[in-house]
Unconditional design. Structure first.
Ligand SMILES: Cc1cc2nc3c(=O)[nH]c(=O)nc-3n(C[C@H](O)[C@H](O)[C@H](O)COP(=O)(O)OP(=O)(O)OC[C@H]3O[C@@H](n4cnc5c(N)ncnc54)[C@H](O)[C@@H]3O)c2cc1C
Length: 285
């Protein structure tokens, strides 16, 4: 935490209009689970707006899925709605996030809004073409999750706005898979990846390839998707696609891993994700 992170006020509104009004004030910041904010809170924070009183902890079926922003990862993991493919990819990512205690507190909205490249949920959700519903002083707007991130810790959220809900559209018959490599089982990702694909008349179609922790924002690699679509599944095709995906990355070197290692791992995880997504599209568990 920034040594100067000392917010002076704490609010817990129970309606969204009040939440937006409070957030429009100078130095106001959302707190959800606090697992990121209380570690990395910026000094500019003058007040905290706790959004846990807004009734946004849920997952339900409604023209696809609707997930409230303060839903915890352990709540998601218990949901029967995430047992079937391809929604299962959300549960895969939730199960890989941190450790058991963290998952009780950390929220899916916080995982998206902290906008760090290694976040697990955005990669899985972008593979499902998810959108985010943003609440603000002048009402609500819906934006594709793929367009939500501007840079590391920067999103399109404006003054007084907060993430209310995630909408996952009805999915075609398809398989999906999330893969992650961290230094240990409970570490953040060195690289994470998700793939979703359908098989129509024996050919791959409508594929999504998304990588995390190798670019300032989650990275959807359309060139890799184009490589897969309309083709029969072969080991050679998977290998070529994985190289295209890893070539699109711009990883950094840090104390966790070198850029070179991250690029190499990107290719391995994309390969695994495609193979498993294909198997699931064919009915494997
Ligand atoms: C030990 C440890 C291990 C971790 N491991 C992982 C991991 O494996 N994978 C991973 O992805 N992350 C990991 N994290 C990071 C963090 O726990 C997650 O990103 C978590 O989901 C954040 O959610 P939160 O509710 O705690 O967010 P908070 O800390 O409450 O908020 C995070 C940021 O998002 C903003 N925010 C939160 N909700 C909203 C909203 N609805 N609208 C607008 N802004 C909002 C806050 O203002 C803040 O800037 C780890 C953290 C710790 C401390």
């Amino acid at each position: 935490m920034d040594a100067h992170f000392k917010p002076e006020h704490y609010h817990r509104p129970v309606d969204m209009k009040t939440a937006s009004a409070l957030l429009a004030q100078r130095g106001a910041r959302v707190i959800a689970g606090g697992t990121d904010l209380l570690v990395n809170g910026p000094a500019s924070t003058e007040s905290l707006v706790d959004i846990n009183g807004l009734g946004l902890s849920y997952i339900r079926e409604d023209d696809g899925l609707r997930i409230g922003s303060t839903t915890s990862f352990s709540y998601l993991l218990r949901s029967p709605l995430l047992e079937r493919y391809p929604y299962r990819v959300i549960a895969d990512a939730a199960g890989e996030l941190g450790h058991h205690n963290l998952r009780h507190v950390a929220t899916v909205g916080g995982n998206i809004c902290n906008a760090v490249p290694s976040a697990d949920a955005p990669v899985a959700l972008i593979a499902l073409d998810a959108a985010v519903i943003i609440h603000g002083p002048s009402g609500e707007r819906t934006v594709p999750l793929d367009g939500f991130f501007k840079f590391v810790r920067e999103t399109i959220l404006g003054e007084g706005e907060f993430l209310k809900e995630i909408a996952v559209p009805v999915q075609p018959e398809s398989g999906a898979c999330f893969q992650k490599l961290g230094r240990t089982k409970v570490d953040i990702a060195l690289v994470n990846a998700a793939c979703r694909l359908s098989i129509i008349d024996g050919l791959i179609s409508d594929s999504r390839i998304v990588l995390g922790a190798v670019y300032p924002t989650p990275l959807r690699v359309r060139a890799a998707e184009d490589m897969l679509n309309g083709k029969e599944f072969t080991v050679e095709l998977v290998a070529k696609t994985a190289i295209i995906a890893s070539d699109a990355t711009k990883p950094i070197s840090d104390h966790r891993a070198s850029a070179e290692y991250r690029r190499e791992i990107s290719s391995v995880l994309v390969k695994r994700a495609i193979i498993k997504a294909y198997g699931r599209a064919e009915g494997s568990p």
